[in-house]
Design a protein around this ligand. Structure first.
Ligand SMILES: CC(C)(COP(=O)(O)OP(=O)(O)OC[C@H]1O[C@@H](n2cnc3c(N)ncnc32)[C@H](O)[C@@H]1OP(=O)(O)O)[C@@H](O)C(=O)NCCC(=O)NCCS
Length: 168
């Protein structure tokens, strides 16, 4: 992503009414619901804004959550303490406006999410997401996210692995 965009926390000044990523559920959530979730501290939301036009080009949300240890793939789970759950952050929603396709914005949003989680002051071993469809599964898988056991549409990545991908 170039200096054309800036990723910042969502504020009331950001215009959400025309956001269109191609998935109605994601569009409706961003247009109508996200600000309530932020207000209630159910999620934080970050937006990629085109600096010149001030248009919202993409967004993601993060929420505190956890993953049952039994759902973590065996190869990853064997190095973890035997607590019943793994502290993790959920990427609840992620979308890129269709007017800004082909610019690497999805990747930039995902990397920003990883950095936000990694720089937080609260322990989170992994980052995970519920993919909305098979294309979203493929998107996350392209970055090394792996499906949880018995939950093929929930994609999981240890934060340390994600950081190594960003800064090899
Ligand atoms: C998924 C989404 C965010 C991707 O955004 P994007 O701007 O197209 O992503 P990028 O251009 O940064 O793609 C980065 C890399 O991701 C991978 N990728 C992107 N979309 C992919 C897909 N559908 N399948 C497989 N890989 C994909 C590619 O490897 C791509 O790298 P490339 O340069 O080699 O092509 C966007 O398509 C979108 O908003 N879709 C609708 C909502 C959605 O599915 N959200 C996902 C969370 S549920």
């Amino acid at each position: 992503m170039s200096a054309r965009f800036a990723i910042t926390p969502l504020t009331k000044a950001h215009k959400r009414a025309d956001f269109t990523c191609g998935n109605d559920r994601i569009d409706n959530y961003f247009r109508e619901t996200v600000s309530q979730d932020v207000k209630r501290r159910f999620a934080t939301c970050f937006v990629a804004v085109e600096i010149a036009s001030e248009r919202v080009a993409g967004f993601y949300t993060l929420s505190s959550s956890n993953v049952p240890l039994i759902d973590v793939p065996a190869l990853l789970a064997k190095k973890l303490p035997r607590y019943p759950t793994v502290p993790a952050v959920l990427i609840g929603w992620l979308g890129r406006h269709r007017d800004f396709a082909g610019l690497g914005l999805g990747e930039a949003l995902l990397y920003d999410a990883v950095k936000t989680v990694a720089s937080g002051q609260i322990g989170a071993h992994a980052i995970f997401a519920d993919a909305i469809d098979d294309q979203a599964v493929a998107f996350y898988a392209a970055f090394g996210f792996v499906p949880l056991a018995e939950r093929p549409r929930t994609l999981y990545l240890p934060v340390a692995t994600a950081l190594a991908l960003i800064s090899p």
